[in-house]
Design a protein around this ligand. Structure first.
Ligand SMILES: Nc1ncnc2c1ncn2[C@@H]1O[C@H](COP(=O)(O)OP(=O)(O)OP(=O)(O)O)[C@@H](O)[C@H]1O
Length: 606
């Protein structure tokens, strides 16, 4: 991760940022809990009055009523305060999750590609959970525990200064021990969370290549890999438990020691007549009482360290670059669960920002590359060198060339998934940097090499980019892409589910669903990356016709290894090593370009 120190530096500011929107209930909870604790603090004084009364042979009825009242009111305040603080904690976790998810969905493509999805999942689900604890209960505990500790110390000072001195020595010792333990707790928590993330990443790797794993018989290898991460999480968890127990035990022990020392020293002082027995009793009650705020502070300190580890991991995500894309604000938390559509999207949450075919009115788009150089961040060799090419408005332009020559990279740059280091790319004469990103992408239909079919229904998949599409429009693109037979197989029901990751579809069907999705958007520029690679000859010929037909009203750029797909292109660009080595029509290139001629000969096209 790029900035491991980011979370360290800003953790307090981050906590403040999370709590600020909920300061009302947070402060109310703090006040209630503090009041409850203060009432508890008054209990020893009431007990002292009770004992003094008994000693003096007076009635104790009033003191008893006061004591009982204090106990009941303290309990009620505690209950309400706890509820408020737990509610705040949930709200903080919700904000944390929503914020993280929004940030993740806006990441740039290269930034996301460097992450392991399983680890990101662990951060959204797990680290925000820890945030819940730290941003609420721990802060309140530190606040109320701190005030209570100071209050008890002040009252102890009133009762007997000498005994306070004895207690202070023990407390200072405890603070030193905590100072030594806390960094260890934080380090163990961070490693523990990291290994939970590693485990998610390892599991995601295995599940993502499930059939490859089965076919390769590597279940045991994958299990061992996931086991290793789980074992690290276990070890760090145990280490966390060890240091946490040492902290808790030290705190408990310190209070016991203080109690015994005060009993000894105080007993001697009572025997010598330096203090009354009621003062010793009150003081001992305060020492016993101290155990609550001290344990509270130690527990909160421990959780704060664990929470800091989570904040570090959240800050790492926050530091990743995002695209300037507006997402509508999250709906407010209301008592009722919002109604959702079949996809689980809240009704009215809005899909892509542009409506169906918004750009279609402006005719086909033109694309120009001017001396574009592009190198992937972790590569020495550039993927594109000084590439200059023009994709004219309308018609079919093909990119061909050996594997790795940069064809997919050209499409990724047009989509502005990433930026060239040198040169300019213009769409309709306008540099990409001047296009609002959403508008640029709404202009383009892009069918990737590894097409994505989402879990859901055929309708959701085809109308993914155009949620407002009518049944007629969907049926029309299904006919165009020869998917009517698939629809028949689904019983003619657009809302029949396709299984997770599209596994119940053939490769060719998946490709055609992706093409149908792009077509439904009626783009002004259609980028097709190897869309015919998994089609049989009949379906390839059919899709070829479709592509030609579309290219009469839209600019179409196809990348294809199968030259049969590009035969009809008005313009074929032959890429080699990231540069355009020649441009022309099929007959021209067969005559003038040796590389193209050999590709054509291999495929029996000359
Ligand atoms: N995300 C990436 N990170 C680093 N290098 C990459 C990345 N994507 C592609 N490359 C490299 O950039 C070069 C061009 O890749 P590109 O995918 O554009 O080629 P292509 O012509 O589309 O190949 P193919 O026909 O096999 O799909 C290759 O050397 C490839 O290894």
């Amino acid at each position: 991760m790029s900035t491991p120190a980011a979370g360290e530096r800003h953790w307090l500011r981050m906590i403040a940022g999370y709590v600020r929107p909920h300061r009302g209930p947070f402060v109310a909870a703090a006040v209630l809990l503090l009041a409850s604790s203060l009432l508890g603090l008054a209990q020893p004084l009431a007990a002292k009055a009770l004992i003094d009364g008994l000693t003096a042979g007076q009635g104790v009825g009033r003191a008893l009523v006061v004591l009982t009242g204090l106990v009941i009111i303290a309990a009620v305040l505690l209950g309400i305060g706890n509820y408020l603080i737990l509610r705040t904690a949930e709200a903080v976790a919700l904000d944390g999750r929503r914020g993280l998810v929004r940030h993740l969905l806006r990441l740039t493509v290269p930034a996301l590609q460097r992450q392991a999805p399983g680890d990101l999942l662990a951060r959204v689900a797990g680290d925000t959970m820890l945030l819940r604890q730290i941003a609420s209960q721990s802060l309140i505990d530190i606040f109320t525990g701190g005030v209570m500790l100071l209050g008890a110390v002040a009252l102890m000072a009133v009762v007997d200064l000498a005994l306070l001195g004895v207690t202070a020595v023990v407390v200072v010792l405890l603070v030193i021990i905590m100072g030594l333990l806390m960094p260890r707790i934080r380090a163990a928590a961070l490693r523990s969370q990291e290994s939970v993330g590693d485990m998610g990443a390892a599991l995601e790797r295995a599940l993502g290549a499930f059939t490859t794993m089965k076919a390769s018989g590597t279940e045991a290898t994958e299990a061992a890999r996931i086991d290793a991460a789980a074992l690290t999480a276990y070890r760090q968890g145990v280490s966390l438990a060890r240091w946490g127990s040492v902290a808790g035990t030290s705190a408990g022990l310190a209070i016991q020691v203080a109690f015994l020392v005060v009993l000894g020293v105080g007993g001697a002082r009572v025997a010598s007549g330096a203090m009354p027995v009621s003062a010793l009793v009150a003081f001992l009650l305060y020492v016993a009482y101290l155990s609550h705020p001290v344990m509270q502070l130690v527990g909160a300190g421990t959780y704060l360290q664990i929470g800091r580890a989570a904040l570090t991991r959240i800050a790492e995500i926050d530091a990743l670059p995002t695209e300037p894309i507006d997402l509508p604000p999250a709906p407010p938390v209301s008592a009722a669960t919002p109604a959702t559509t079949a996809t689980g999207v809240p009704a009215g949450a809005g899909g892509p920002t542009t409506s169906t075919g918004a750009g279609s009115t402006r005719g086909p788009a033109e694309v120009v590359f001017e001396q574009v150089c592009f190198r992937y961040p972790d590569r020495d060799e550039p993927a594109l060198r000084d590439l200059t090419l023009t994709v004219p408005a309308g018609g079919l332009t093909a990119l061909v060339g050996p594997s790795g020559s940069g064809k997919t990279t050209v499409l990724a740059l047009i989509e502005r998934f990433t930026e060239p280091q040198q040169g300019r790319i213009l769409v309709d004469g306008r540099p990409l940097a001047d296009w609002p990103l959403a508008e640029l992408r709404a202009t383009i239909g892009y069918v990737e090499q590894d097409v994505a079919v989402l879990a859901g229904t055929l309708r959701e998949n085809v109308a993914y980019a155009t949620p407002g599409a009518t049944d007629e429009e969907i049926h029309a693109v299904l006919r165009t892409t020869r998917l009517s037979t698939l629809l028949d197989r689904l019983g003619g029901d657009l809302d029949a589910p396709i299984r997770h990751r599209g596994l119940s579809l053939s490769g060719g069907e998946r490709q055609r669903i992706a093409v149908a999705r792009a077509l439904l958007r009626r783009p002004r520029l259609l980028l097709l990356d190897e869309v015919t690679s998994q089609l049989d000859a009949t379906n390839e010929a059919a899709l070829r016709e479709v592509i030609q037909e579309i290219s009469r009203r839209t600019t179409v750029v196809v990348v294809a290894h199968r030259l049969s797909t590009v035969l009809a292109a008005e313009k074929i660009v032959v890429l080699e090593n990231g540069t355009a080595r020649s441009v022309g029509s099929h007959p021209e290139l067969v005559r003038t370009d040796a590389l193209y001629a050999s590709l054509a000969a291999e495929q029996a096209l000359v």
